[in-house]
Design a protein. Sequence first.
Length: 311
Amino acid sequence: MTDHHKIPSSIDATQSLLDGQNYVADRALSTVLFLSLKMGRPLFLEGEAGVGKTEVAKVIATALDRPLIRLQCYEGLDVASALYEWNYAAQMIEIRMREASGDVSRDAMRSEIFSERFLIRRPILQALEGEPGRAPVLLIDELDRTDEAFEAFLLEILSDNQVTIPELGTIRAAEPPIVIITTNRTREIHDALKRRCFYHWVDYPAAERELEIVRRKAPGANAALAAELVAFVQKLRGMDLFKAPGVAETIDWANALTELDAVALDPAHVSDTLGVLLKYQDDIARIEQGEGRTILTEVKRSLAAGGAAAP
């Protein structure tokens, strides 16, 4: 196993690993991630959409040079879609071909059509079949979109790191995958599953950290623009909006304003680009109807007086 596949040996090393991938993490996240990797426990990341939960899995996979296997959850997700299923169309063709050739031995046919040749591996089975020393990162994204039956199935898989396929037998992970589960908390996840994991709430970043994120992810934005837009977003999050902008939206906004050659925020830029930052018309209308100008004035006054980008 080469060094870049190895789990970091300390919290500081974990923070450096993230930093090396331009992921600006706080100490608490670095700590729980280090413990999760070191102790082989799934990491359960909860928080609003767009705060960087999914990105943690991507960054870890890249930094450790591990395959990233993503199971994107959705309403109605079933075991077959997550684990494995048989290629029924190919099996039927095989049966017809055998019948046409006169080979109708039922035992032989059954053994052949339920072989690995016809097995379609879905994300969880792929993750369990990872090679030792380079076990993949399994990202189970937006688990809250699924139902309790799927949670129960997932709990069993995470507990045993194995799965039984009736026709083939039990498949055990030579080395358990690194599991990261995310949820946007549209519903509560059952305690039994949470207890199996280490937990971390990924919050919106403080102004200083968000400004550092913008510097890294939108390097084209000049310092004045970056400071103003971060301060503006921080103030928006203090309002009672239907959906406050996440860090992903802050980065998008910084890049969009840079494309428009903006060197500082002005009312026209704010009004013209609100659809990059806010995704609900009621929120956009509220900001356009005067509150945006008020916030912008406060931001410029605060920064001119040497204030932070905080609300």
